[in-house]
Design a protein around this ligand. Sequence first.
Ligand code: MN
Length: 204
Amino acid sequence: MATHTLPPLPYDYNALEPWIDEQTMRLHHDKHHQTYCDNFVKAVTGTPFEAQDVNATLAQLDKVPENIRGAVRNHGGGFANHILFWEIMGPKAGGTPTGPLAEAISKAFGSFDAFREKFVAAAMGQFGSGWAWLVVKADGELAVYNLPNQDSPVSKGDTPILTLDVWEHAYYLKYQNRRAEYVGNFWNVVNWNKVAELYGKAKK
Ligand code: MN
């Protein structure tokens, strides 16, 4: 029973050009993301976590049996993190947020530019593989940090609303070692409408 399946990319593979290239998107979604999905399914098949939403499982990693906990953390994390990543990007995107999200960002970080600096620092400061995150904490406050590998903010009790994959597989074909250029161009593809929607849900 394939409870967990890889959702199709919510736009064309070339939709994020020129900032993120088609070849990277094909490999990233069809190969890397698919593999996380497959390995997560393998780990949870025959367990009570087989039919449970992946984020619900990541939120209770301590309840996952030790023999599959590592696989769930890594592959379940990879499965869930990439679904969010595709959703918070899009074609004809970028710019700045508006509404309650914009107000919350200004309140938490001082200004949008200050927020962006902090997020970039998190993305650049992640040594090796990992992700930069903007999350809503349990108390409703916003926070920015990085996490290694495929670790999810959900496992810390936070709700992620914006994220950037800084594994080399996310940018190496186009940017090689130039992570800063990739991180800088990310802002051209952020779908702030989606981030605002996730913020609204997290605040409820
Ligand atoms: Mn990735």
